[in-house]
Each structure stands twice: as structure tokens, then as C-alpha cells.
Design a protein around this ligand. Structure first.
Ligand SMILES: [Zn+2]
Length: 415
């Protein structure tokens, strides 16, 4: 029987969310905000207190630690990863976590902004937590369950494994990353320091969910050049690149092929920025599909529309540049079926049903999978992420920690 200490877990989580670790998409430094290191330092200190030796964040704010194998079998090393940063979409300064014990299912009004009300109609998953404990912020900030719940679950699991040496496991690599929310979570990561064969991120939603598939992602940069002339003497000469860009955007399909008109397994293209003057206009697009081979078709279709529009403006030119961003982790995971199979088994052993899901986005795990660490994503229970109504059930976090413990044991059993 795996009994995770829920009081430790809840108090550790609340300690972590009080530290402001918001990342910054505009920054070019690593980490993008120095304050992320505040939590990294605290975690390194707590790992030292748990008996790990000489743990310190590296210069970029990553924390690596290793729980040594206690098995005489040859067990592959397994990494568990979570990110310390919070999303730039919502304030993460002065987060005041509130532990609501034994919730009734009535409205939960957040005290620092009483217009922020959490209830079963705006968050139906609350129903699963009636009679249990949940944690919210106070109304002015996000909570940071994304992904400090993953951090807390990993800490609780390794604390449990350390206290129960009769449970056999191989080497366990603990990895806390920075800058996940701004897409730079693996930029300065050290695969040597992770030193594991397989990994799991703890960065998912509802209890029981297991994400083994992400989008494959490309970018496109489109540069349109017009023909410049003095506006007073421009008749039959001037071709304004911004007007071409406008005609191009207008020529894109209205009822399909965009984030706002697609869901589930459908791919899309999406303009993300436009900057220009009369002479040149630059647009950036993101291209998304679950099938990597479809990305090329999206590029062809997009460039085809562009070409047709630009051809209507004599003298105008364009340049179309493709950028690879990340790839569907499933392309890697299918080659190592045990990685997902054992995670599903671990979730079942906690008494939960497994929901395998596809993420319409990317994770650190998609990048890590292609860097040589096949890495699906496991739930922590986080809800309404990146918002003031973010919340998490303490039981869900405990189930996530329990899943880590079972998973460590399952890899040992099967070795
Ligand atoms: Zn996250």
C-alpha cells in the first residue's frame, strides 16, 4: 500500500506557489527571469534535507538530482520532470494559496476579488472533489499548479521512496526545468546530467490522464515586398506591401484550417504576427498537425494562396521560409511501447482509470523525446491553468505522486 503524506504534499505545494517564477517570452537570457532560480534554490535545499548530497541549481536554474537504485537487477534509469516557471498570461506575484478543506460543492468565492467564483458549472471537475480538499489562489493571481503540482508530486514521491527502502527501484533522475511556458524548457537542458533512458513529465490535467501524443509544429516566415514610390507621384507605380498582406490574409479560408474552427485531431495554420511598412511586410505563421507528414501539405497550400495573391500585384515579390519547431512525441514513443504501457499500469495501480490523450500543443516531453529521452506526460490534477480560477485537488496530486512510486517499481519488476 502506497500512502503518500498529503499534509506534506499540500504544504510543500503551497510553499512553492508563493514564490514568483513567472517566465518572460520577451527575454533572451537563460533563464528568461532570474526569479525562477528562487524556487530552484529552495528545491535544491529541500533535496539536500531529504538526504541527496550537493544539490544546487545550475547557472540556468535547472535542478538535477538522482535517487540511486536499490535493486540488484539492471534497471533502466527513469527521469521524472516538472517545470518551475508559471505562465506569462496571468500575474504570479504574491500568490496567496488557500487550502479549502472538505469542500461542499457550493460556490467558492475568492476573497481578494469576489468576482472570481469557482463552482461546478464553470469547473465541472470540482464534483469529483466534493468532500475532499482543494487549493486555490486568492483572486488576484494564478495559482501556479501548472506546474508546481508536478514539482510537489515528484518531491513527495522521492521522499516516500527514501523512507521505504523495501520498495525496489532503479536509478531515478529528478529534473526541474525553467521556461517551459515560453517554449524554452529544454534550451539549456543537459542530457548528460539527466542521464536516464526514459522519462515522464508531470504536467497534465485530470487524474488518470496520460498524454502520449502532441502536435507536430512548424513555423513559416513570409516576407512580402511591394514597389516603393513617392506617394505624390505614385500613380501606376506604387505597390503597397501591407495591402498585399491584407489581401493574402483575407484569402485564407474562413470556416476551416484555423485554431478557431478546428478541434480534436484536425491541423491548422495560424498567423501570429504582422509587421510592416509600405515597402515590406513580414508575417509569421504557426503550422500544426498530429501527422508530421501533413506539415508539408499545409506549407504548400499556404504558399499556394500567397503566390496567387502576390501575382495580382505587378512588381511585388515574396519570400517563404519554413522553420521546424517540434514534433509529435508519438513518432518516438511508438518505438518504445513499454514507456506508455508501464505508465498506464502505474495509474491503474492507484485505482484510477487511464485516459490516453492527445495534446493540441507541445510539451517539454515532445522536445525531450526527440533529444533521446522518450517522455510522455502524466496528470497532476491541475485545472483552469493560467487563470485566476486555477485550482488543484490535493488527492489528485497524491495520486500523481503514487503513480511515480508505482512506475518506479514497475520498471524494476519488469527488468
Ligand atoms: Zn505546464
Amino acid at each position: 500500500m502506497i500512502q503518500i503524506d498529503k499534509e506534506y504534499l499540500a504544504s510543500a505545494f503551497m510553499r512553492y506557489v508563493k514564490i514568483d517564477t513567472q517566465s518572460d517570452p520577451e527575454s533572451n537570457s537563460s533563464p528568461t527571469t532570474e526569479k525562477q532560480k528562487d524556487l530552484s534554490k529552495l528545491l535544491a535545499g529541500e533535496l539536500n534535507d531529504l538526504g541527496f548530497e550537493n544539490i544546487e541549481p545550475d547557472q540556468y536554474g535547472y535542478v538535477y538530482a538522482r535517487l540511486k537504485s536499490n535493486s540488484n537487477k539492471n534497471v533502466p534509469a527513469i527521469a521524472f520532470c516538472a517545470h518551475v516557471d508559471t505562465a506569462p498570461d496571468c500575474s504570479g506575484t504574491n500568490v496567496k494559496p488557500i487550502l479549502h478543506r472538505n469542500i461542499s460543492g457550493d460556490d467558492i468565492i475568492l476573497p481578494d476579488d469576489t468576482s472570481q467564483v469557482l463552482n461546478v458549472s464553470n469547473s465541472p471537475y470540482l464534483k469529483n472533489h466534493i468532500g475532499k480538499d482543494i487549493i486555490t489562489a486568492s483572486g488576484l493571481t494564478l495559482l501556479g499548479a501548472d506546474d508546481k503540482s508536478g514539482v510537489a508530486a515528484i518531491m513527495a514521491a522521492v521522499k516516500f521512496l527514501k523512507a521505504n527502502p523495501q520498495l525496489k527501484h532503479g536509478d531515478i533522475s529528478i529534473v526541474f526545468t525553467v521556461d517551459e511556458e515560453v517554449g524554452k524548457g529544454t534550451d539549456k537542458i543537459s542530457m548528460e546530467k539527466i542521464n536516464a533512458e526514459y522519462g515522464y513529465t508531470l504536467d497534465g490535467g485530470e487524474a488518470g490522464s496520460l498524454e502520449e501524443e502532441t502536435f507536430s509544429a512548424d513555423g513559416a516566415i513570409i516576407e512580402i515586398s511591394g514597389v516603393i514610390a513617392h506617394p505624390g507621384y505614385a500613380k501606376n507605380k506604387l505597390v503597397n506591401s501591407m495591402k498585399i498582406a491584407g489581401a493574402f490574409l483575407d484569402a485564407l479560408p474562413k470556416n476551416e484550417w484555423s485554431p478557431e474552427t478546428t478541434d480534436k485531431k484536425e491541423g491548422f495554420i495560424h498567423p501570429t504576427s504582422i509587421n510592416g511598412i509600405s515597402e515590406n511586410t513580414r508575417l509569421t505563421f504557426i503550422i500544426r498537425d498530429f501527422k508530421t507528414e501533413n506539415l508539408e501539405k499545409h506549407h504548400e497550400k499556404l504558399e499556394g494562396i500567397l503566390k496567387t495573391v502576390v501575382a495580382k500585384f505587378p512588381g511585388a515579390k515574396y519570400k517563404y521560409t519554413k522553420q521546424e519547431q517540434y514534433r509529435n512525441m508519438k513518432d518516438v514513443l511508438v518505438k518504445y511501447p513499454d514507456v506508455v504501457k508501464y505508465a498506464a499500469e502505474a495509474i491503474r495501480r492507484t485505482g484510477l482509470e487511464v485516459h490516453t490523450e492527445s495534446i493540441r500543443g507541445g510539451t517539454d516531453g515532445s522536445r525531450l523525446s526527440f533529444m533521446g529521452l522518450p517522455c510522455p506526460n502524466i496528470f497532476t490534477g491541475m485545472q483552469n491553468i493560467h487563470s485566476k480560477l486555477e485550482w488543484i485537488g490535493v488527492d489528485d496530486m497524491a495520486k500523481a505522486a503514487e503513480t511515480i512510486v508505482h512506475l518506479s517499481m514497475i520498471w524494476e519488476e519488469n527488468s
